[in-house]
Write a protein that binds this ligand. Structure first.
Ligand SMILES: O=C(O)CCC(=O)C(=O)O
Ligand SMILES: [Fe+2]
Length: 361
């Protein structure tokens, strides 16, 4: 038993390196058994590690506290989350703690889960509306919201952000490992937010005002030949090129990121071919630097959940002769906007980077 909140804060700081306990509401005990109880009242508890990035959170679940362990994998992107069963009926506090960590780390990995297509969908819906499996690719039979990615026919070994060829690219994707090769088949993600923050100032200023065109001619042909497909409740007859800002303001954090990708970004608006292609090449060379990436080695029954508004990813194909099957559920997105349109619309791009670090974000 720890006597009082100050003692509890000291205990968690000294034992786990956790910085703060926020106590908007009281609870009886930090956790029955494993965690010391706080004497004298009920308190809700949220802990952050001393580096500022959550490494552990205790969240109120029902009558007690469940420990969710969040272990960052790199300083910029990626964290592993343990201590939560995604197939269970999670409390609003737990979902909120996961969302906070997701916004912070951009991609979360939940090992040792037991998800069916249905329970994966149920978990995904806690974070927003979900889409049909894909605007072009067929869904898993009987599961219209699940996209199967089966190495027998699908490989995603190129850098991309999901579905930016549509006007409202997904907010996030949840990918579950069903069957994996014994070794290989890792996936890499990039923090396009960290890449933006590290741009040279003159380049950053130029990018802030640019617009890119996104399109996939192969998918456009498939849609045209097949007579269209449903996406977000509408029948899409045709895929046309769409415009997105090169620098996207994240609608939840206000942070800017580079929102271009080599798979679906086909041109920069107003730049003729070689100029636009050259500038995109410069941005891609910058973005794919290892310091902005995390590479994840999958184990079966792991779920990855990424923020598709501030990342790119790449599924490595190095397992010829083996089969790899993944299931993806996708969160509906919104229309991307850049720093200049945010300012023009009176939309706040805050919280911004620390003063002086960037102009706009
Ligand atoms: O299979 C992978 O590693 C990546 C798949 C992918 O790109 C996706 O699920 O959006
Ligand atoms: Fe993808």
């Amino acid at each position: 038993m720890v006597d009082g909140l100050d003692a509890a804060i000291a205990f968690y700081r000294d034992t786990f390196g956790l910085e703060a306990l926020l106590c908007p509401e009281p609870i009886d005990a930090l956790a029955p058994g494993a965690w010391p109880a706080v004497a004298g009242g009920r308190h809700r508890v949220l802990c952050r590690c001393l580096s500022g990035s959550p490494s552990g959170m205790l969240v109120h679940m029902g009558t007690g506290i469940a420990a969710i362990e969040i272990t960052p994998l790199t300083p910029e992107i990626g964290a592993e989350v343990r201590g939560v069963d995604l197939a269970s009926d999670l409390s609003a506090e737990t979902i909120s703690a996961i969302r906070t960590a997701w916004l912070d780390h951009l991609v979360l990995f939940f090992p040792e889960q037991r998800l069916t297509p249905d329970t994966q969908v149920v978990f995904a819906r806690r974070f927003g509306d979900i889409t049909e499996g894909h605007p072009v690719e067929p869904s898993l039979p009987g599961h219209p919201n699940v996209l199967p990615i089966d190495s027998v026919k699908d490989r995603v070994d190129f850098w991309h952000t999901d579905v930016t060829f549509m006007s409202k690219p997904p907010t996030g994707s949840l990918l579950y490992a069903v069957q994996l090769p014994a070794v290989g088949g890792d996936t890499l993600w990039i923090s396009t937010r960290a890449a933006y923050a590290a741009l040279a100032e003159p380049l950053r200023q130029m990018c802030d005002g640019l617009t890119a065109i996104h399109y996939d001619p192969h998918y456009a042909q498939v849609i045209a030949d097949g007579g269209g497909k449903d996406w977000e409740g509408h029948h899409v007859e045709r895929l046309r090129p769409v415009e997105h800002p090169v620098v996207r303001v994240h609608p939840e954090t206000g942070r800017c990121n580079l929102f271009v990708n080599p798979q679906f970004t086909v041109a920069l608006k107003g730049f003729d071919g070689p100029q636009g292609n050259g500038l995109l090449r410069v941005l891609y060379d910058h973005m794919v630097q290892p310091r902005f990436t995390v590479r994840y080695r999958w184990h079966p029954h792991t779920l990855a959940f990424w923020d598709n508004r501030a990342t790119m990813h790449y599924g490595v194909y190095d397992y010829e002769g083996s089969r790899r099957v993944m299931h993806r559920v996708t969160l509906e997105g919104d229309r991307p906007y850049g720093p200049e349109s945010a300012a023009a619309d009176g939309r706040d791009a805050a919280p911004r980077h620390p003063a002086g670090e960037t102009n706009e974000c």
